[in-house]
Design a protein around this ligand. Structure first.
Ligand code: ADP
Ligand code: MG
Length: 680
């Protein structure tokens, strides 16, 4: 067994306890550790003038101690070590808590360098517990310090030392999937150097070289995989759905008139479906714009043409909602709808599968259960994937294989720029619905600081007393995921119960058992639960018209599109709804982002602003596109590399394919396997 497969405990300083913590981050082996890239860097290379430091951001400052440092004991267990430090531009007041060991080590006139967060206001800057380096500015040699994702009980410092050891122990055994001539051709450094450079770069250039190499490799792997999946698609032909169908009869049966955008989307899809080339269309439209009824119209058309249709939803609850909403609509046209999920008895499910196989069911609504092996269709002609970003590429492909090149409609509320969509999905057609049905009351959105939370509880009480329901969303499940700075589901649930006695409050998060989670959501949908305290698991599709309040804690931690999705969970009924973003941040950039959400309800504009304002990090998240998890590449910002990689992938495939690159083809399989998909 190679060093990369060795369990992480081979590293000095990693015992069982620490290994358990690392496992929570998905790190079991030395190789896993190497593949766990930093999510950012703390740049300590640039020394800033004190007057030029931005408030609430980290900075390195250099200067002299201006007064004699003083140690004062505030009470038992709390002492303060204080002094003032200055450069030619200004001064900063420095405080250390319980740092008695500093006494006598620092004197007026000493030259020092400090690293930490600058706080205070324009008149007086302060730093608390900065890292201290003694000596003159000229001798200071800062660096780029990696910032890793953490879990409770694991500090950044420990994480860095584990990583340092993992690199030393294993990096020289990493196999390079890109052969030498290929690397030269595209000016890429070796994998080993890249791994060293991504974890512990000496300077920006080294980091950039490493990033380029790793991004290139990851995107290449992704594209090769996508090409292998998609290659067949372009040459497929199917029987056209050519029967004349009276669509007006369906439209007339609806309780409302379709919007122009809905009509256009239906017409575009119908003209695809009348041809022999299988439809491959993405329907984008903001939450609440009415995508479901578009899907229903296509189902009606398909079934009237003698084929079956399937609708795949990402959760049981959403599938059930669709079933309840769509069945009555289609029933009256003699269309037989069944719901197939992981629920229900084995016998019942078997009976349903028989109906599907024998063509007794025309329309099947379901979850992942649809792609199980035992499910086969008599004549599957149309597939709709709702909230498509929740499905892997391979899952969609698996469902497609149950028909003879069925038409495919992907639906998503997360708008993505056209160029990006084309790149991800290849020759995909896109329909966009840009307006909401008339008469909707826009959700009133406000941003409040954490200090105003008492008011918020008052407001919640008033709304609940009116019989309404509320969501409270937190960025984390349990304490410590991000160094205790965040509100968590586990902390907030009991807290809210105390603050709002007599109110039924339940938590929902991804680490709960599936049944528990669904029971809580179903209780909420039925009106028995008044507040759901949740992570973003509720982001997708749930429709509870009686819920009128969405509270998002640590709102600065969420991407704009994500916040918009969350807000879309309320404002679905006839009552006025509210979205309250709670944030303790004082960073101007974050506040600016949050104000965008308060200022508009237009998902397309928000997506654009998200792109324009995006700081570092992966706000859009690749999971939003149903792609395999990317570790380092960012499909929205790495555009220059993307072009290059696309050409490289084409060249590679034209020049004989992947056979000559065994290590690379293993990487392709691994990347898709990580999201549970497969390539066949
Ligand atoms: P989404 O696009 O987010 O999936 P839905 O399809 O769930 O939106 O539709 C949201 C709500 O709007 C549903 O209750 C639906 O019945 C209603 N709706 C859809 N189209 C119209 C329309 N043209 N006029 C009025 N209400 C509509
Ligand atoms: Mg929907």
């Amino acid at each position: 067994m190679g060093r990369l497969e060795a369990r992480i405990t081979v590293l000095k300083g990693v015992g069982e306890a620490r290994a358990k913590l690392l496992e929570r981050l998905g790190i079991y082996t030395v190789g896993d550790a190497l593949g766990c890239f930093p999510r950012g860097f703390s740049d300590r290379t640039q020394i800033k003038r004190i007057s030029e430091t931005a408030l609430y951001e980290e900075a390195v400052v250099a200067g002299v101690v201006l007064n004699e440092p003083r140690l004062s004991r505030i009470r038992k267990g709390l002492s303060l070590f204080k002094f003032r430090m200055g450069d030619e531009s200004g001064a900063v007041d420095v405080t250390y808590f319980n740092a008695d060991f500093l006494r006598g080590t620092l004197a007026k006139g000493d030259e020092i360098v400090l690293f930490g967060r600058v706080e205070g206001d324009m008149l007086r800057r302060t730093m608390a517990n900065p890292e201290l380096w003694r000596g003159a500015e000229e001798n200071y040699r800062g660096g780029l310090y990696p910032i890793y994702r953490l879990t409770s009980g694991l500090s950044q410092k420990v994480m860095r030392s584990v990583m340092e050891r993992a690199v030393e122990y294993g990096v020289s055994e990493v196999e390079d999937p890109l052969p030498e001539p290929f690397r030269q051709r595209y000016r890429l450094e070796e994998k080993e150097a890249a791994l060293r450079g991504i974890h512990f770069p000496h300077d920006r250039e080294e980091l950039e070289r490493a990033r380029r190499r790793l991004i290139f490799e990851e995107l290449l792997t992704l594209f090769l995989g996508m090409r292998l999946l998609g290659r067949r698609a372009r040459t497929e032909r199917r029987e056209a759905l050519a029967a004349p169908v009276d669509m007006e009869a369906f439209y007339r049966s609806l309780p409302f008139a379709l919007t122009a955008g809905q009509r256009a989307a239906i017409d575009e899809a119908l003209s695809d479906m009348r041809s022999e080339v299988p439809m491959n269309r993405l329907l984008q439209g903001d939450v609440g714009c009415g995508k479901t009824v578009v899907a229903a119209a296509l189902v009606y058309f398909a079934v009237k043409n003698g084929v079956q249709a399937a609708l795949m939803a990402p959760t049981e609850l959403l599938a059930a909602q669709h079933y309840e909403g769509l069945r009555p609509l289609l029933d009256r046209f003699g269309i037989r709808t069944v719901l197939l999920t992981g629920k229900g008895g084995a016998k019942e499910r078997r009976e349903k599968r028989t109906l599907i196989r024998e063509g007794e069911a025309d329309f099947v609504i379901g979850t992942h259960a649809l792609i199980e092996e035992e499910v086969s269709f008599a004549k599957l002609g149309l597939i709709v994937a709702d909230e498509q970003h929740r499905f892997g590429v391979a899952q969609r492909a698996a469902l497609s294989q149950k028909g003879e090149h069925p038409h495919l409609l992907l639906m998503s509320a997360t708008p993505i720029p056209r160029t990006l969509a084309l790149m991800i999905y290849g020759d995909l057609a896109i329909s966009s619905i840009r307006e909401l049905p008339a008469g909707r009351i826009p959700v009133a959105t406000t941003l409040i600081p954490e200090s105003r939370e008492e008011k918020l509880f008052g407001f919640l009480k008033t709304e609940l007393r009116k019989g309404r329901q509320a969501f409270v969303v937190c960025p984390a499940i349990e304490e410590g995921e991000e160094g205790n700075a965040l509100h968590t589901v586990e902390e907030l649930t009991p807290y809210l119960r105390k603050k709002l006695p007599g109110i039924s409050i339940l938590p929902v998060h991804g680490r709960m058992k599936k049944e528990e989670k669904e029971a809580a959501m179903a209780g909420f949908a039925a009106g028995e639960v008044q507040i759901l305290v949740a992570t973003t698991v509720i982001e997708v599709g749930i429709n509870v018209p009686n819920a009128t309040v969405m509270v998002v804690e640590n709102a600065e931690r969420f991407g704009l599109s994500q916040l918009h999705q969350l807000r879309g969970r309320v404002g679905r009924g006839s009552e006025r709804s509210y979205c309250v973003l709670v944030s303790g941040t004082r960073a101007e950039k974050s506040l600016e982002r949050l104000r965008v959400i308060c200022g508009t309800n237009d998902g397309f504009r928000i997506a654009e602003a998200d792109l324009a304002l995006r700081g570092p990090g992966n706000f859009f998240g690749n999971e939003q596109h149903g792609l395999p998890d990317l570790r380092i590449a960012d499909l929205l910002t790495d555009t220059a590399t993307i072009g290059e990689v696309e050409r490289a992938a084409e060249e590679l495939l034209d020049g004989g394919g992947l056979e000559a690159y065994p290590a690379l083809s293993r990487e392709v399989e691994k990347l898709f396997a990580r999201t549970g998909g497969y390539l066949s």
